[in-house]
Design a protein around this ligand. Structure first.
Ligand code: NOJ
Length: 594
């Protein structure tokens, strides 16, 4: 097609999209050719309560996020994922939604949201909404109506079940457990039935077999697309359906053959009947069709997909690549120990076992301890905080994230090396599971503490001189954005440089990823190779001892035995040749082959 014909066609497509009332992309523009914006993009997860408070009440909000967009643009992110900002009783800090098409007043207004997406768009940053489809709040009008009788119009919108009667006494229908502890069934005295809740009691599961539920949710997705969002992160997406037999799950057995007792004191049960049922895929295909209504805006669907095998992850893309564009690959980032062979195998699987699809790697989120969890004690338990190798390990993990062929997602504060800061007293815990599970399960407050912007009052997060919703970790005086901007060797600059390189360098941007030195179990090394032959080599030392590694890639059809250094751990000598690259403890080397 001639260039001018293509131009007219693009204009027509854009005009039609406008005519249909679909706002212009809230995402980065298309790259050359037909590559959607999210491919190889960098996505930054924001926990809105904790990012930036603009109205001085100690809780972050939308205007706060808008005020930090320049920072995000300079950092190099292409999209931000906001955890839920809809009206909510906040039992699960927004994951219990009582209205899907409004903004919780504590975060702002719809006008604030529209301003955020518009300002983000000016900076080529897309806004990704959290889509909580599995459950609503028990205060959502749908549930209130559904619970009011067995005959109301929404009677079948949730998962209701009669009790089991044992020795004349009422019991839950089966032994299914909530992810957050104890039975997944809650008795409702009005209906005289139990309802199923995979998460908190206040989060009843919707009945996805009901076409009205599906329609209501798809219309809601269209609502946000009209508000200019670039995509959705699908919460708990594998748990939409339950096995219609409603039969008991088997108990999880420990190595001694006895049932495992979890942090809540329950015998742990399997989740075969409540997780990853095949019907999920029908919904994903339907959702994809809804997202695709936005045409060349390339609205992206990202899945919260904790799946154990690459085969299961592959299925999430759909047999015809017609389901999720980006199911999260948790198999790499959540290995949780610096195990070279395991990282090599999993990264290689993501490269070779998912067809033409794009992997999405992520190491951190608001549900798990931050990346400092990779510092392990001799017995293998995580040691949170600033250990002697905190920075080294952080550089290794960031290099795997940004120098792999993937779409990269990271969590606010990772870039400055914020550490997990769990509460030390039960009375300070905000996350309800930390109260139910104390002291074994301290909840998720530790990874949700306010962003550390500077060493001023409340770390620059809030100017309210009020108690912030979670305490500011004491480390903020040293680890904060302002301080790290001034230090050439800071974690912040390491992140920025890696992100800039993966944008500029064709091999790092989208070149193939080929593992090197595949029997080395101390150093993970790989080659990125662009179609035109440009090549970059990467090596990460997973140990606290110096190592030397051979990164000569002539056997891989790459010409050149030397490299120009792109990134190197501070204090490491520049290698004279690729056959002998020295790495200090947890040292990293990234070089362009020449
Ligand atoms: C996963 C979310 O990431 C988590 O924060 C939430 O508690 C559950 N889903 C329930 O929505």
């Amino acid at each position: 097609m001639k260039a001018w014909t293509r131009g007219i066609l693009c204009l027509l497509v854009a005009l039609c999209a406008g005519a249909a009332g679909i706002a212009q992309p809230g995402a980065a523009p298309e790259s050359a050719g037909h590559t959607p914006w999210w491919k190889n993009a960098v996505i930054y997860e924001i926990y809105p309560r904790s990012f930036q408070d603009s109205n001085r009440n100690g809780i972050g909000d939308l205007n706060g996020i808008t005020s930090r967009l320049d920072y995000l643009q300079n950092l190099g992110v292409n999209a931000i994922w906001l955890t839920p900002i809809y009206p909510s009783p906040q039992v699960d800090f927004g994951y219990d939604i009582s209205d899907y098409t409004a903004i919780d007043p504590q975060y702002g207004t719809m006008a604030d949201f529209d301003r955020l997406t518009a300002e983000a768009r000016k900076r080529n940053i897309g806004v990704i909404m959290d889509l909580v489809l599995n459950h609503t709040s028990d205060k959502h009008p749908w549930f209130i109506e559904s619970a009011s009788s067995r005959t109301n119009p929404k009677a079948d919108w949730y998962v209701w079940h009669d009790p089991k009667i044992v020795n004349g006494k009422r019991e839950p229908p089966n032994n299914w457990q909530s992810v957050f502890g104890h039975s997944a069934w809650q008795w409702d005295p009005a209906r005289k039935q139990y309802y199923y809740h995979r998460f908190y009691i206040q989060q009843p599961d919707l009945n996805w077999n009901n076409p009205q539920v599906r329609k209501a949710m798809y219309d809601m997705v269209r609502f946000w697309i009209r508000h200019g969002v670039a995509g959705f992160r699908l919460d708990a997406i594998t748990s939409l359906f339950e096995d219609p037999s409603f039969s008991n799950e088997a108990y999880v057995l420990g190595p001694d053959g006895k049932p495992v007792i979890n942090a809540y004191g329950d015998k742990e049960v399997m989740t075969n009947k409540t997780d990853n049922l095949p019907e999920v895929h029908d919904v994903l295909r339907e959702l994809r069709r809804v997202a695709d209504e936005a045409g060349n805006r390339n609205v992206v669907l990202i899945g919260e997909t904790y799946l154990e095998s690459i085969a299961d992850l592959r299925k999430m893309y759909g047999p015809r690549n017609d389901e999720l564009q980006l199911p999260m690959d948790m198999q790499v980032g959540f290995i949780n120990k610096l195990d070279v062979p395991l990282f090599r195998r999993r990264i290689n699987e993501a490269e070779t076992e998912i067809g033409d699809n794009q992997p999405l790697f992520v190491f951190d989120n608001h549900d798990n301890p931050r990346w400092d969890r990779y510092q392990l004690s001799a017995s293998g338990t995580p040691v949170f905080g600033y250990g002697p190798h905190h920075a080294g390990i952080g550089r290794v993990l960031a290099t795997i994230l940004f120098a792999s062929r993937d779409t990269a997602m990271f969590y606010y504060g990772d870039e400055i090396g914020m550490v997990t800061t769990p509460p030390t007293r039960k009375e300070d815990v905000k996350d309800p599971i930390g109260i139910t599970g104390w002291p074994k399960e301290k909840g998720r407050d530790g990874e949700r503490t306010p962003m550390q912007w500077n060493d001023g009052p409340d770390a620059g997060f809030s100017a309210g001189h009020v108690k912030t919703w979670l305490p500011i970790p004491p480390s903020y005086t040293t680890y904060n954005v302002a301080a790290e901007q001034d230090q050439p060797n800071s974690m912040l600059h390491w992140y920025e440089q890696l992100m800039a390189l993966r944008k500029q360098d064709p091999a790092l941007h989208s070149g193939d990823e080929i593992m090197l030195n595949t029997s080395d179990n101390k150093v993970l090394s790989w080659l990125r190779k662009a179609p035109d032959g440009e090549a970059v080599v990467v090596a990460c030392n997973f140990t606290d001892q110096p190592r030397t590694v051979n990164l000569d890639v002539s056997a891989q059809g790459v010409q050149g035995t030397h490299a120009s250094t792109l990134m190197i751990t501070p204090g490491t000598p520049e290698p004279a040749s690729l056959s002998k690259v020295q790495l200090g403890p947890y040292g990293v080397y990234v070089g362009k082959v020449q």
